[in-house]
Ligand binder design. Structure first.
Ligand SMILES: [Cu+2]
Length: 235
């Protein structure tokens, strides 16, 4: 099914309200802001992302994490992007571990645990056929960075902006994978291969405004375990 961020309703918000909506999880009911409000909300969003990008020490492995399974010489992490999960009553796109249940998702915060110095094969089965072009200033996220990517087995180095549904981006680890939209009623499978070379906690994020509220930067985009989380690299 097609999920869109186009579910906003009319209504005006103050700058403070927009900033607050961006700063906290969920803002599905907020209206489309004016361009002035929008640049304010973008600034707040960027500041929040930059603040979160600073790595911290991985002191403990959280119980809610998707821990990579080792297969030969590689670590496998299997995620899917669903469009049927509801955040505050509204369907929003969501990165989840493959096979996750409603019960297991209660504690899912998007934490992925891998080991330093070993190749990670991150497989993402995408069911979202929505297309949301990257915004000016975010276009570089159409390029594969920090590893290699295949889509349905075909190697790519970038994806057409008009075809992008999401990104999987970890600025701290320097990795980016554009996620092309799935075919109607189908899926596409993205495999990102990379090797983490430092330990720590590195926030990941989708940079394609696929949520609702604040021109697509709210709700799923602003909630851990939906369009953001953390890669924890252990030694
Ligand atoms: Cu997204």
């Amino acid at each position: 099914m097609k999920l869109s961020r186009r579910t906003t309703s009319a209504g005006m918000l103050s700058v403070a309200a927009v900033a607050a909506a961006v700063a906290v999880a969920g803002c599905g009911s907020s209206g489309a802001p004016s361009s002035a409000l929008r640049s304010e909300s973008m600034k707040t969003f960027r500041q929040a992302v930059e603040a979160k990008t600073a790595p911290t020490t991985a002191s403990a492995v959280e119980a809610d994490a998707a821990v990579a399974s080792t297969e030969g010489n590689v670590q496998r992490v299997d995620l899917e992007i669903r469009t049927t999960e509801k955040l505050k009553g509204e369907e929003q796109p969501r990165y989840v571990p493959v096979g996750a249940t409603a019960a297991s998702l209660k504690s899912w915060t998007g934490n992925i645990v891998v080991k330093k110095g070993e190749t990670v094969v991150l497989t993402i089965v995408n069911t979202d056929n929505g297309k949301v072009p990257l915004e000016p200033g975010y276009r570089r996220f159409d390029e594969v960075q920090g590893g290699t990517e295949t889509v349905d087995g075909r190697p790519i180095t970038s994806a057409p902006n008009s075809d992008i549904a999401h990104t999987f981006t970890d600025m701290g680890l320097g990795i980016n994978a554009p996620i092309p939209s799935a075919p109607e009623n189908g899926t596409d499978t993205i495999v990102l291969t990379f090797k983490p070379t430092q330990t720590g906690k590195f926030p990941w994020q989708c940079y394609d405004p696929c949520g609702s509220g604040s021109e697509g930067w709210g709700a799923a985009m602003d909630t851990h375990g939906w369009m953001q989380g953390t890669i924890t690299v252990i030694s």
